[in-house]
Design a protein around this ligand. Structure first.
Ligand code: ZN
Length: 107
């Protein structure tokens, strides 16, 4: 098991431990998210690749880390499909811990 796998596992644990509500994902968020996806129905990353995929996740472009202002700033939101959202978060997770080259390997 590489160190990277180990960290990914730890993060999964963290996410399961805190409830969605504790992380700011309240009823208000559910409503805002739904409204946003109605006016932004397509995954922006798929669109960049020339594909049309319905977005199911509202992603925070800059990680809000509990910052309410950033959390509710719709300029910081982007519509993503689930696979893209998960991939994006994994990449961000890696870059936070170490510098990586274009292929995602440590430099
Ligand atoms: Zn996508």
């Amino acid at each position: 098991m590489s160190g990277r796998d180990h960290r990914a596992r730890n993060r999964e644990y963290e996410q399961h431990r805190s409830s969605p509500r504790e992380r700011g994902y309240t009823t208000r968020w559910q409503k805002a998210r739904k409204t946003y996806l109605m006016s932004h129905p397509l995954c922006v990353m798929c669109k960049r690749d020339g594909r049309v995929t319905p977005a199911t996740v509202v992603d925070h472009i800059r990680s809000h880390k509990g910052d309410q202002q950033l959390f509710w700033d719709t300029g910081n939101w982007q519509p993503l499909c689930k696979p893209h959202h998960d991939r994006d978060k994994q990449r961000e997770e890696r870059s936070r811990f170490q510098a990586v080259d274009a292929d995602g390997w440590p430099t």
